[in-house]
Design a protein around this ligand. Structure first.
Ligand code: VG1
Ligand code: CO
Length: 537
């Protein structure tokens, strides 16, 4: 056992979802080690504890896993459950933490960010409920990174991560498990697999784009081998350390191949994609893209068709920038609706307290109380279960939904790689005028209200400030501005736009006035020199 002297390293503050940096940063001597030791120290030590460890297979995943195992052993952990070859999707890791009642887990992923020697890496700690550590915990971990003096690691050979079963490293047991098996059992316990199998047997076609990321093996095992989707339905299904050189980000921009297929003549009935670590989902029907906010609403509205939710929902939660489409469903169902800051960690308390059953974010994340992470394949299976029962196309289902509830038009504009000072100046410019914006006219819009979102957790009463600037316009449209907490270069400004119509259900220009008004009011041109975003979702 070796104690290695170290010094605090600047900038190890976890963001929206763990610590994300460029891979070379993570590979600097002591960088990963300091953070891992801070996780142990900030959570009362690893002595006698059990953990789950796994990642999305990106470059440095295996090396980092070996380091974590040696550090866990040196810190006195009793047992670590690892996915074969260090692979675990984020939802599968969350499930294993809960199933095995471990003390928590360490997930290696930068999610939708690209991977490779010069790209991004990330690490996240999940607590014993299977969910991302709440801010109180990440604050303690961060505090420890600032006064750390040493870390512990044993001097041992690398552990065989290729073969299933138990082995020892120091005094600790490492158990290498099939990353897919328990997760597949969980999905089988939630959905009507027979109905979905019949759907495929009757000729329903699907294209699932795993984007060279972790969900490939899961999707093949579940969709093709268990449910009978045609072989080859899962594309880009072999996890690659660089995700085939792309961004494993399931949106119309990065999953453009899938979009083109789904909009083409030969489109299958259903298309879906997932991100690097398997917690996000994109849903596309033949000729129709489903916005994540609408997807959440549709799942909630049809939840009782799924065996696990047949008795109804306790409540629904969405992140603040997500559209209010789900709110209309909650209202009709007569269940509670919660609005949280961005990031899955804020749903944990609501799920643990039984206040909500289904949660979602506009960024293609949906999930339920089956685990404590968002879950990409779960969302896909949920859709398939609904389509199998309702016997409609995606287009028909969406039309039916909008006719019943009205439509919350929605889009998100991302301005990436903005110099940090400029992004902060833009945000501060709006923040300084929150009180005076009311009544301001911009283009065809008039501001009816503006504020900065503060969240008070209804369970532990913890307060999170500065969670996004909100501008409402007369007539009900809304804009939200916030800075991304997952990027690794410069700043990304996200501008979220929403407008509701009860009767006009297909107007591609519906958001234009609120877009122009928001660009003008927030002075995008003056602060960052452009009003054209890099990515529109
Ligand atoms: C983004 C999304 C947010 C999501 C987070 C982590 O955060 O907007 O909704 O929870 O990524 O998802 P930000 O701070 O960049 O807006 V994942 O799949 O990257 O773990
Ligand atoms: Co993800």
């Amino acid at each position: 056992m070796t104690k290695i002297e170290t010094k605090p390293i600047d900038g190890q503050k976890p963001g929206t979802s763990g610590l994300r940096k460029k891979t070379p940063t993570f590979r600097q001597p002591g960088y990963l080690e300091n953070f891992v030791q801070a996780i142990f120290d900030g959570t009362g030590g690893a002595e006698g504890k059990t953990y789950v460890v796994g990642g999305d297979g990106r470059y440095f995943n295996v090396e980092a896993t070996q380091i974590i195992l040696k550090m866990a052993a040196a810190n006195g952990a009793a047992r670590v459950i690892v996915g074969q070859n260090g692979l675990l999707s984020t939802p599968a890791a969350s499930h294993l933490i809960r199933l095995n009642e471990t003390d928590g887990g360490i997930i290696l992923s930068a999610s939708h960010n690209p991977g490779g020697p010069e790209e991004d890496f990330g690490i996240k700690f999940n607590t014993s409920n299977g969910g991302p550590a709440p801010e109180t915990v990440t604050d303690r971990i961060f505090a420890r990174t600032k006064d750390i003096g040493a870390y512990h690691i044993i001097d041992a050979d690398d552990v065989d991560l290729a073969t299933f079963g138990e082995r020892a490293i120091g005094d600790m047991t490492v158990e290498v498990v099939d990353p897919v098996a328990d997760y597949r059992d969980l999905m089988r316990s939630i959905f009507d697999f027979d109905a979905i199998r019949t759907l495929f047997a009757d000729g329903f076609t699907i294209r699932f784009d795993a984007m060279h990321a972790v969900t490939g093996p899961y999707a093949k095992a579940i969709l093709e081998n268990t449910l009978g989707a045609a072989p080859g339905s899962v594309v880009n299904g072999d996890p690659s350390p660089t995700f085939g050189g792309g961004h494993p980000d399931p949106n119309p921009v990065w999953a453009v191949d899938l979009m083109n297929t789904m909009m083409g003549e030969e489109a299958p009935d259903f298309g879906a994609a997932s991100d690097g670590d398997g917690d996000r989902n994109m849903i596309v029907g033949r000729g129709i893209y489903v916005s994540p906010s609408d997807s959440l609403a549709v799942l909630a509205a049809n939840a009782t068709l799924v065996p696990a939710y047949k008795d109804g929902l306790n409540g629904i939660a969405r992140s603040m920038p997500t559209s209010a489409a789900a709110d209309r469903v909650a209202e009709r169902l007569g269940v509670a609706m919660f609005e949280t800051p961005t990031g899955w960690k804020f749903f944990g308390n609501l799920l643990d307290a039984g206040k909500v059953t289904i949660c979602g974010e506009e960024s293609a994340g949906t999930g339920s109380d089956h685990i404590r992470e968002k879950d990409g394949l779960w969302a896909v299976l949920f859709w398939l279960n609904i389509l199998a029962v309702r016997k409609m196309s995606v287009q028909e289902l969406m039309n039916d939904h909008w006719e019943g509830y009205g439509r919350n038009y929605y889009t998100r504009l991302d301005f990436e790689g903005v110099p940090v000072e400029r992004a902060e100046a833009l945000m501060q410019g709006v923040r300084d005028r929150l009180d005076t914006l009311k009544g301001c006219e911009a283009g065809d819009c008039v501001v009816s209200n503006a504020d900065e979102f503060t969240y008070t957790d209804p369970v532990d009463e913890g307060v999170s400030r500065g969670q996004g600037l909100r501008i409402w316009y007369k007539g009900g449209a809304r804009a939200v501005l916030r800075m991304s907490g997952t990027g690794t270069v410069g700043a990304t400004i996200r501008c979220y736009l929403e407008a509701f119509s009860a009767t006009v259900l297909d107007d591609p220009k519906r958001l234009d006035p609120v877009r122009h008004a928001t660009m003008e009011l927030a002075e995008f041109e003056r602060h960052i020199g452009r009003t054209t975003p890099d990515v529109v979702t």
